[in-house]
Design a protein around this ligand. Structure first.
Ligand code: PEP
Ligand code: MG
Length: 322
């Protein structure tokens, strides 16, 4: 069985009738990139850069960040690496930033909200990412986007970083793609308008489910509401994919749901272009895709969208994969 899976390491993730999806790895530290490649990743779909900022007592310098990003980029050897700008706040605190205690940290000062407020810090990170883009195929992704204004503001800082590098004669990829995480319901609902100002979406279901269901992803008392297969979630996912495609952009997913063998057939049927997951999930998902027909998955997705409860969706998909 393990050998059977291993044989798929260099194969593409394509259905029997020729529909292709990209399977990528989620990584935390640059060294994880090696694990992703060993599991057949076609790219890195989520580099959680905040790990470079944690477990230390000061901000990482531009040079330190550049080296970490460059390491991952070189390991991927020309395959795409999506670097998410730091997602601090919520449950991830940094003592040296002296973030104020908050009543609702998950609704508070976190991720892009901190980056746009601390422009010096943000520009340093963007410079490091841009510099790494010269060594492979880098894409940058902003976390926790709620509004189009935030994207525009972040892109202004990105443009300033590019200007600086140009004037310093430091090379970078002028065509680096810029995308956002769709993990706040507002972004999913207005995805058609956001699609006008980004190159891609990556759906962050871990947070999207928490915010859609108003259910803390860490609180066991309400975990019964944390329902990845809930009709509201499937509808939002469909809206995001459709909005992207209508604007000639692509849509991926990097939450835990992306590696869930039960729901992957539905996601592929909805037209997801890329799935990014923890490395050990990649080959099983690839095997499953290679054994399916896209036409069948499209029908399954349509059927899933007609269900009104998570359990009904679960029954449907479990039957379909039997
Ligand atoms: C998500 O929210 O789905 C996600 C991938 O980001 P994180 O788990 O790092 O919040
Ligand atoms: Mg998230």
């Amino acid at each position: 069985r393990a050998e059977q899976l291993h044989a798929l390491i260099h194969e593409s993730s394509v259905t029997l009738d020729g529909h292709q999806v990209e399977l990528a790895a989620n990584i935390g530290v640059p060294g994880d990139a090696v694990i992703g490649v060993a599991h057949g990743a076609e790219g890195v779909g989520l580099f959680r850069s905040e790990f470079l900022f944690m477990n230390r007592d000061s901000l990482p310098s531009e040079e330190e960040q550049f080296q970490a990003y460059q390491e991952a980029v070189q390991t991927l050897d020309g395959k795409p690496v999506i670097i998410r700008t730091m997602d601090i706040g919520g449950d991830k605190s940094l003592d040296y930033l002296q973030l104020p205690a908050e009543l609702n940290p998950f609704l508070g000062y976190r991720a892009i909200r901190i980056s746009l407020d601390r422009e010096d810090m943000f520009k340093t990170q963007l410079r490091a990412i841009l510099r790494a883009s010269h060594y492979g195929r880098v894409k940058v992704m902003y976390p926790m986007i709620a509004t189009r204004d935030e994207v525009v503001a972040a892109n202004e800082v990105l443009e300033a970083a590019k200007q600086e590098l140009r004037s310093e004669g430091i090379p970078f990829d002028e065509d680096m793609e810029v995308g956002i995480m769709v993990e706040i319901p507002a972004a999913a609902i207005a995805a058609d308008q956001l699609a006008e100002v980004v190159d891609f979406f990556s759906i962050g279901t871990n947070d999207l489910i928490q915010y859609t269901m108003a259910c803390d992803r860490m609180n066991e008392k309400v975990s019964y509401l944390y329902q990845p297969y809930h009709p509201s979630i499937l509808r939002l996912v469909k809206m995001v994919i459709d909005a992207a495609h209508q604007h000639g952009k692509w849509a991926g997913m990097c939450g835990e749901m992306a590696g869930d063998l039960n729901i992957v057939p539905v996601l592929v049927g909805l037209g997801i272009d890329e799935l990014s997951m923890s490395p050990p999930s990649i080959l099983p998902v690839r095997e499953q895709i290679r054994q399916s027909r896209f036409e069948d998955l499209q029908e399954l997705a349509a059927e899933a969208l007609r269900q009104s409860t998570s359990d009904a969706v679960k029954n449907l998909v479990v039957q379909a994969t039997d």
